[in-house]
Design a protein around this ligand. Structure first.
Ligand code: NAD
Ligand code: UDP
Length: 314
């Protein structure tokens, strides 16, 4: 049994990760300030004897002993949430990374950073390989998130080189699944909620921009596999599903699968919205023996079922 700390553990991805780690028989400490996460996401774990929830903001130093591994996920991930208080977002990424790296140093723990495909910005290289340095606007509306995550990667590398902290960096591509909030603002949850309520589907721009969507279970498997690699493999490594779809294709699939009467409406494209995104996962396949197994239609069916039963329908 390991003692594993998950920052951002009450969020969408974090709650699935905590559940997986508890199932594996570990002691899990979930650290979260509940900004976009909730106790409802971890309600099934709260009474478990090996699960501790600590309401804490990662901007504030956190000290604990006996920690073997840390997954650093604390950070709002949806554009509407990370732009709500941009200064707070960048502080969470940067100061949060320093505080979690310090905790790793104090415990001689391994630490994994949940980085993002956003470090590639609006990519010119397609598909994106880990060696690509990206095309990021440093002064735009998305910069608080993109540059915060880039700086966190730098901090991870510097703590590794200078202080010998054992690190892992994964770059997560668009991930969806149960426990996303109905008002999360990201495209899959927005479209599923709209479709189930027969409301207009809001396409930003002309809908020709593309994304590659990964189901949550595949991501969790990749995260755990990455944490368990030998210390000399630190990444960064892309974790995503390389099957790429335009936003229009996604909308049409969701309308069909939800048997919805929704119509498409076109809204302005947000600032600096990346035009295309697709992970090259050669490295993950080779080093982690990992690849996604849930294709988009199957994952969307789970997502539609979840929202029908839990939140948003009519
Ligand atoms: P989420 O918003 O559901 O989860 C983030 C969690 O972090 C929430 O529980 C939130 O309350 C918590 N949090 C935010 N600021 C905090 C702070 N200052 N102190 C403590 N806790 C704080 O989002 P998610 O989709 O689960 O994303 C989790 C992580 O994965 C994020 O770091 C995100 O950048 C990364 N990621 C997600 C995706 C994706 O598609 N979902 C893609 C790339 C990277
Ligand atoms: N998008 C959209 N309608 C929505 C929400 C998002 O057309 O209701 C688009 C958005 O402009 C972007 C893509 O879907 O091109 C993915 O958006 P999301 O916020 O989910 O993720 P990110 O832009 O961070 O990849």
């Amino acid at each position: 049994m390991k003692k594993i700390l998950v920052s951002g553990g009450a969020g969408f991805i974090g709650s699935h990760l905590c559940t997986r780690l508890i199932k594996e028989g570990h002691h899990v400490v979930c650290l979260d300030n509940l900004f976009t996460g909730s106790k409802a996401n971890i309600a099934h774990l709260l009474k478990h004897p090996c699960f501790d929830f600590v309401e804490h903001d990662v901007e504030i130093p956190y000290h604990a002993y006996g920690i073997d591994e840390i997954y650093n996920l604390a950070c709002p991930a949806s554009p509407i949430h990370y732009q709500y208080d941009a200064i707070k977002t960048i502080r969470t990424s940067v100061i949060g990374a320093i505080n979690m790296l310090t905790l790793a140093l104090e415990n001689d723990a391994k630490i994994l950073q949940a980085s993002t495909s956003e470090v590639y910005g609006d990519p010119i290289i397609h598909p994106q390989v880990e060696s690509y340095w990206g095309n990021v606007n440093p002064v735009g509306f998305r910069s608080c998130y993109d540059e915060g995550k880039r700086c966190a990667e730098t901090l991870f590398m510097d703590y590794h080189r200078q202080k010998k902290v054992r690190i892992k960096i994964i770059r997560i591509f668009n991930t969806y699944g149960p426990r996303m909030l109905p008002n999360d603002g990201r495209v899959v949850s927005n479209f599923v909620v709209q479709a189930l309520n027969n409301k207009d589907i809001t396409i930003y721009g002309e809908g020709n921009q593309s994304r590659s969507f990964q189901y949550i279970n595949d991501l969790i498997e990749g995260m755990v596999k990455m944490m368990n690699t030998a210390d000399d493999f630190i990444g960064p490594v892309n974790i995503g599903n390389p099957n790429e779809f335009t936003i229009l294709e996604l909308a049409e699939k969701i309308i069909r699968l939800a048997d919805s009467k929704s119509k498409l409406v076109f809204k302005p494209l947000p600032h600096d919205d990346p035009k295309q995104r697709q992970p090259d996962i050669t490295l993950a396949k080779g080093k982690l023996d990992w690849q996604p197994t849930v294709e988009l239609e199957e994952g969307l069916k789970h997502m539609i079922e979840y929202f029908k039963n839990n939140h948003a329908c009519c």
